[in-house]
Design a protein around this ligand. Structure first.
Ligand code: C2E
Ligand code: MG
Ligand code: MG
Length: 604
């Protein structure tokens, strides 16, 4: 029988001589071999189902995928029976609980192309394509996408979980809260923000590795406490969140918060170190404190801020008054940002009095903010805010330049003392700022003293020490301010050769009142003497205090007994009056509060 190539006949160009039967068989064999090679090299499992639903052909990958040996079936066997012999599919075929199996078998008989994704009993995931053929029957393609789905799941997990603790991250928490709020909430839900107290200290003193382990332990403890009702998430460095979805009545949530604070404050043993931290908690309850994620989160954050301001280690429920105080702070921030440009800062000066013999050694420069609406604002009210807003570096530079320039007008060797903030150490330009203040004013370096507080030594101690040494090399002296108010005062004295220690006014106030305050003063004087450090007592208001300090060996005193801080234009007059006897001095220098003094001058 001759067979003709119909396509060529159809083309009508020329007719090749007819093939012989042998040639045709050879050609068909060659084509079949090619098809086999193609089939065997396709990465997918493929099978042909004929128009009667029997398996007509398949490749090895298909057999491997369904877990059947090549001789486990004969061609011509019903396709559905072949699959039901497969260990990977057998169970699901018999089970109505696996609807996807039924889905696929109904798909096989479809007359249109269809796709499905199935998880098989051995947990592999298959992507299946059913392609009907125009001649009847179909081609079924199986693609094992288990690895790719696993990778997807890993990526999804990484995107929604914190790598260190494996807790849900802020994004997942947000979605879970949105989901919780989208339903009718019969009992409401409560969002708790937890911030660790003193975590930064641990990181700074024991290193980040221990800090990381601590965060993992904290995550475990929170999860244990919150095991039955909640989502626990890590939403920032040392910030965690807990979402409670039942029993959110205040009494119950309070008890939970108390237990949590207690649990987190128990000491941790990490690589031989005994670590103690605390926790502050802010709580907002839906729907009353917020009907959506953004509001609820903002209010939990405000409540946390309030708990931290209240001294930490406590919890607070959100209250609308908190929002008002934050708005007030925001208004203050805005005005503070404009204050430098508007020249609203000024310095007043408080004398530093040498005790034996009594004479003026110099003045401490104290910053004031003259605000058109608020009047004179004291540093206690705005310096912490300026630090938070990153404004203290430019303000501090202004203080340095202005104080150095003013001191050049005082007789030698009077010095000026300038307070530094920890943020100025972090900002990196401190040494240059001091150098240029001295250069521009022409003040001799030994007439400038810089006052730092113990809190600065907590913050990256090595970096702070290196800056202090560079300043000392310039000839500037360094004083430790508010001495005795921190935890490790004495150890700091060993770290750096301070020129002066300023005993905090709380100890001066305790003279004649609290024997322990007097004992501290004696002890500090002894240490200063043995280390050759000068001492200044702050807040001296009475002669009795002065006498005690003098007999304890204090070199210098500062306080209302001698003078309140005074506006800069009064200093020359003050120095002149100091030379006079006490009654003439009093007549020339009425003792008044500087703040009012400035205000009165303003009015006049
Ligand atoms: P400080 O450096 O310890 O300054 C002493 C504070 O005690 C001053 O408060 C002063 O007015 C007050 N004082 C002085 N003598 C007495 C007294 O006899 N009795 C009482 N009750 N108080 C007395 P002020 O001016 O409000 O300053 C408070 C703090 O603000 C300062 O404490 C200092 O830490 C900070 N500060 C002041 N000026 C600056 C500045 O230019 N930069 C920075 N970063 N901080 C500053
Ligand atoms: Mg000071
Ligand atoms: Mg002080």
């Amino acid at each position: 029988m001759n067979i003709t190539d119909s396509s060529r006949v159809h083309a009508g160009e020329f007719q090749e001589p007819s093939l012989t039967r042998e040639q045709m068989i050879r050609e068909l064999t060659v084509q079949q071999d090619r098809l086999k090679v193609i089939l065997e090299n396709i990465p997918q499992g493929i099978c042909f189902v004929d128009e009667e639903g029997n398996l007509a052909a398949c490749n090895r990958t298909f057999l491997n995928l369904v877990g059947l040996a090549a001789d486990a079936f004969e061609h011509g066997k019903p396709y559905v029976d072949v699959l039901s012999d497969s260990p990977a599919l057998r169970d699901q075929m018999g089970s109505n609980e696996q609807p996807y199996a039924a889905d696929y078998f109904s798909m096989v008989s479809l007359k249109t192309r269809a796709t499905a994704e199935q998880r098989w009993f051995d947990h592999r995931v298959m992507s299946i394509v059913h392609q009907p053929l125009s001649t009847g029957g179909s081609i079924e393609t199986f693609d094992d996408i288990t690895e790719s789905r696993r990778a997807d799941a890993r990526i999804a997990h990484v995107a929604t979980h914190d790598a260190l603790t494996d807790l849900p991250n802020r994004d997942l928490l947000r979605r879970q809260i949105e989901e919780a709020l989208s339903h009718e909430i019969p009992d409401g839900c409560a969002l708790m923000y937890i911030d660790l107290d003193r975590f930064k200290n641990v990181n700074d003193t024991l290193g980040h590795e221990i800090g990381d382990v601590l965060l993992q332990r904290v995550a475990e403890r929170i999860s244990q406490h919150a095991s039955n009702c909640v989502v626990v998430a890590r939403i920032g460095g040392d910030e965690f969140a807990v979402l409670i979805r039942q029993d959110v009545e205040h009494g119950h949530v309070s008890m939970f918060a108390e237990r949590l604070i207690c649990g987190l404050s128990d000491s941790y043993t990490i690589r031989g170190h005994n670590v103690v931290i605390g926790a502050s908690i802010g709580i907002a309850i839906a729907p009353e404190d917020g009907a959506n994620w953004a509001e609820l989160a903002k209010h939990a954050d405000l409540a946390l801020y309030d708990a931290k301001s209240a001294g930490r280690g406590c919890y607070r429920f959100f209250d609308v008054a908190m929002e008002r105080s934050v708005q007030a702070e925001r208004a203050l921030s805005l005005e503070l940002q404009q204050a430098i440009g508007r020249h609203e800062f000024e310095l007043c000066y408080q004398p530093l009095v040498n005790l034996h013999p009594q004479r003026i050694n110099g003045f401490e420069a104290l910053l004031r903010w003259r605000n058109p609406k608020r009047g004179i604002v004291n540093p206690g009210e705005f310096v912490p805010l300026a630090e938070e807003l990153g404004l203290i570096a430019p303000i501090g530079e202004w203080v340095l330049r202005h104080a150095c320039w003013r001191a050049t007008r005082w007789p030698e060797p009077l010095r000026v003392s300038v307070n530094l903030s920890v943020a100025q150490f972090r900002a990196n330009g401190l040494v240059d700022a001091v150098a240029s203040a001295l250069r521009e004013s022409g003040l001799a370096p030994h007439r400038l003293e810089l006052e730092i507080t113990e809190s600065m030594m907590l913050d990256d101690t090595q970096a702070v020490l290196s800056v202090l040494h560079r300043l000392r090399r310039m000839g500037v002296s360094i004083a430790m301010d508010d001495f005795g108010t921190g935890y490790s005062s004495l150890s700091y004295l060993k770290m750096f050769p301070f020129d002066r220690v300023k005993i905090d006014q709380s100890f001066t106030r305790g003279i004649g009142q609290r024997p322990e305050a007097e004992a501290v003063i004696w002890a500090v004087m002894g240490i200063c003497k043995s280390l050759g450090i000068d001492s200044t007592a702050e807040g001296v208001e009475t002669n009795a205090q002065l006498e005690f300090l003098s007999s304890a060996g204090c070199n210098e005193a500062q306080g209302y007994l001698f003078s309140r801080p005074r506006p800069e234009q009064e200093i020359e007059r003050f120095l002149a009056a100091w030379e006079l006897d006490e009654s003439s001095r009093a007549a020339l220098l009425p003792e008044r509060d500087t703040v009012q003094g400035i205000a009165q001058e303003d009015v006049s």
